[in-house]
Design a protein around this ligand. Structure first.
Ligand code: ZN
Length: 316
């Protein structure tokens, strides 16, 4: 989405509020539709039980046990949230101060017709191939927070750690990346714009509940080096405050919009209390580069083989 840079913070807030309202309305409509579907399934299940009892009792000639339909328990009832990645098996994890690959993803879907940056897309099939390859190669996904805890504190990491980071916040990241990773108990890092994301808040909440880290990708995705000092501070401090409040989670890492930063921007990130910042420069992330962590860019058409060769050429 092109950004109107003359727009004030308040105007941006107003626009986002309107978008949130529209999204909430869409969610309401969707859950109503889901409710109707569940009702339909419920009717079918009950009808099935009645039929099976009829057929069952008719078929055996015996007196069927009446009232034995205990399996008809509330179909479509909401199931409780799963504990998520908190229950990960940490067997074999150890302190690690060395480099870690951070993969950089954008939308996980077929390129959208007319989008000026088709290379940013990755199909869900290619993404699935990559995750399958990573798992078979012995990699385990961790959050950036876990990497920093191991680098700078007494945290531990798996023998082959990898961070899967997703920029900007797209619904396709929730729809096509999150379920696959959840099945493996893998968390990811969502680099979220505080005011301008395509992803629904409820989707982010679900990802956070499954162990995902939310990092700040600024409030409005501006070119940070061109901002005034106060605008810069605003993007750093307020984006963090908004995201922490919105998702009731700690936001400790920053991701430079479009990978653009300079010494003044780094000073602002540090001043705002972040622990690290990711860039778009290629390579492995190292503890000596905590204010400009390299990442491995994943592009359209990258399958398992391309991921492997990118990891190898980065030195993983
Ligand atoms: Zn971005």
């Amino acid at each position: 989405m092109p950004q109107d840079h003359n727009e004030s913070y308040e105007e941006a807030l107003e626009r986002v509020r309107a978008r949130r309202l529209a999204a909430a309305e869409q969610r309401r409509r969707r859950s109503r539709a889901l409710g109707l579907t569940a009702l339909g399934i419920g009717v079918l299940v009950v009808a099935g039980i009645v039929l099976s009892q009829v057929w069952g009792s008719g078929g055996t000639g015996d007196e069927a046990v009446p009232g034995n339909a205990t399996t008809s328990s509330s179909p479509g009832g909401s199931k409780p949230a799963e504990p998520g990645a908190a229950t990960r098996d940490r067997d074999g994890w150890r302190p690690w101060k060395g480099p870690v690959p951070i993969l950089m993803y954008h939308p996980i879907q077929e390129p959208v017709e007319g989008n000026p940056y088709p290379d940013l897309f990755l199909t869900k099939e290619d993404f699935a191939d990559q995750v399958r390859w990573l798992e078979e190669a012995g990699y385990q996904a961790v959050t950036l927070e876990e990497v920093l805890n191991s680098w700078f504190e007494d945290g531990v990491l798996p023998p082959k750690p990898v961070v899967l980071s997703f920029d900007d916040g797209y619904q396709s990241q929730y729809e096509n990346a999150f379920p696959l990773m959840k099945r493996l108990g893998w968390p990811g890092v969502l680099n979220l714009k505080a005011l301008e994301s395509d992803i629904y808040d409820s989707q982010v909440e679900e990802m956070v509940a499954a162990g995902w880290e939310v990092a700040s990708h600024s409030a409005t995705h501006p070119d940070l080096p061109s901002l005034s000092d106060s605008q810069l501070e605003d993007e750093m401090v307020r984006s963090r405050r908004i995201l922490e409040k919105q998702f009731a989670t700690r936001v400790t890492d920053f991701c430079y919009p479009a990978g653009s930063y300079d010494d003044r921007v780094i000073a602002a990130v540090r001043g705002a209390g972040y622990r690290s910042a990711t860039s778009t420069e290629p390579g492995l992330a190292r503890p000596s580069d905590r204010w400009s962590l390299d990442r491995i860019r994943i592009e359209l058409g990258d399958g398992a083989a391309e991921l492997e060769s990118k990891l190898v050429s980065a030195g993983a």
